[in-house]
Design a protein around this ligand. Structure first.
Ligand code: NAD
Ligand code: GLY
Length: 365
């Protein structure tokens, strides 16, 4: 069986070199699972929603490559990206007598991927894992680059590890079952690559946004491939975010504050990022880095992607408190990914009054 729109992007980091395989039908293609680390046991980490859709297909495909395959299902949703869910993975691995060669397969969106990755990083101090992302967001971003984490009530993704997968397998066919709201959330992370790295890609997204929202396979294949190429390039230069990698957090300082402030799961991660990109662009304009027309352009595309462009109402002090927990903050000073010119970003501080003014101007009445 051959996947349609198939392509491969390679990620090269000090923590590992691996392929991102992209194509329609890869899940059931035996070739997708060849050449991975050998083990007596493969464990699929998923949730009940994704397992019902794709668990059996992956289980039977892996049965051709591993003597034993088992599954552990975690509760679905951002609100469950926590210690309790992580422990369910460890409980399963220990109860099943899994050794340090056991390979974990993260089947699901970014929530499953981040937790399975962190479990793999820490079980017996590290076992191999494979990302099998089934949301657009996970295929274009979270499955690539080795960031794994769980949330803390005081801040998002605060407890985790850098740990690279052995492979990423993006089956584009899985996107057909994604609810429209989740597809839109994934488009936020696709759009982000334009202002930070590639305005020609931004032009392309503007021209294909309707096709992407309609689930056009060729358009999605291009969006996933180009996003993965850009992410691989950035992560290859700065695996552990000592500098450049922070640009991938464009819109995230505002977005994480919205997610935590509204209660995890109320706003989807991609929705927070979509609105956050409008705010970060507006802040860049306030600082004289980009023209107002650029902010309008970003906002228009975010809106056409089906994402919110107006921030939720929160007291200014609460915004600042939430944003100070951001991992880019240094000595309590909040730092933002700002657009220095369309296609190029940098991390910089900004005065609180200016930040609050930008938020107020973009808050729904
Ligand atoms: P998610 O994992 O919650 O998935 C969204 C919803 O879609 C869930 O209900 C899930 O069960 C369902 N679903 C998944 N695949 C499906 C399919 N094919 N068909 C139907 N339903 C499906 O959310 P997400 O947007 O994929 O990921 C968001 C998470 O990713 C956040 O926790 C965010 O912090 C994290 N993230 C991590 C990184 C990183 O570098 N590690 C980068 C970006 C985001
Ligand atoms: N999503 C941000 C990063 O991977 O660095």
């Amino acid at each position: 069986m051959h996947a349609d729109h198939a392509s491969t992007v390679t990620v090269t980091t000090p923590g590992g070199r691996y392929d991102i395989r992209i194509g329609g039908g890869l899940l059931a293609d035996a070739a997708s699972w060849q050449g991975l680390p050998a083990a007596a046991h493969a464990v699929i980490v998923s949730n009940p929603v994704v397992n019902a859709l794709y668990g059996d297909a992956l289980h039977s495909a892996l049965s051709g490559a591993y003597p034993r395959v088992s599954r552990v299902l975690l509760p679905d949703g951002e609100a469950y990206k926590d210690w309790n869910s992580l422990n369910l993975v460890f409980d399963h691995l220990l109860a099943q007598g899994c050794d340090r060669k056991t390979v974990l397969f993260a089947l699901g969106g970014g929530v499953v991927g981040d937790m399975a990755g962190f479990a793999a990083a820490s079980y017996m101090r590290g076992v191999p894992f494979v990302q099998v992302p089934t949301t657009l967001l996970a295929q274009v971003d979270s499955s690539v680059g080795g960031k794994t984490a769980i949330n803390h009530p005081l801040g998002k993704n605060m407890i985790g590890a850098f740990y690279q997968p052995a492979r990423v397998v993006c089956d584009l066919a899985t996107l057909a079952t994604l609810p429209p709201r989740e597809l839109s959330a994934g488009l936020a992370e696709v759009i982000k690559y334009g202002p930070i790295a590639d305005m020609a890609f931004f032009d392309w997204i503007e021209a294909h946004i309707d096709a992407l929202r309609a689930g056009d396979r060729a358009a999605l294949a291009h969006a996933v491939r180009r996003s993965c190429e850009i992410k691989a390039e950035v992560v290859g230069q700065d695996e552990r975010e000592s500098g450049l990698r922070a640009i991938l957090n464009f819109g995230h300082t505002f977005g994480h504050a919205i997610e935590a402030g509204m209660g995890y799961g109320a706003w989807l991660h991609g929705e927070g990022v979509g609105c956050g990109m409008v705010l970060a662009s507006a802040l860049s304009a306030e600082l004289g880095l980009v023209p107002a027309a650029f902010v309008e352009r970003v906002a228009r595309l975010v809106e056409r992607a089906g994402l919110p462009v107006q921030a939720p109402s929160m007291p200014g002090a609460r915004w600042l408190e939430l944003m100070r927990v951001d991992k880019k903050a240094e000595a309590g000073s909040i730092r933002f990914v700002l657009i220095e010119e369309p296609g190029r970003a940098a991390v910089r501080p900004a005065p609180d009054e200016l930040v609050l003014r930008v938020i107020a101007r973009h808050t729904a009445a």
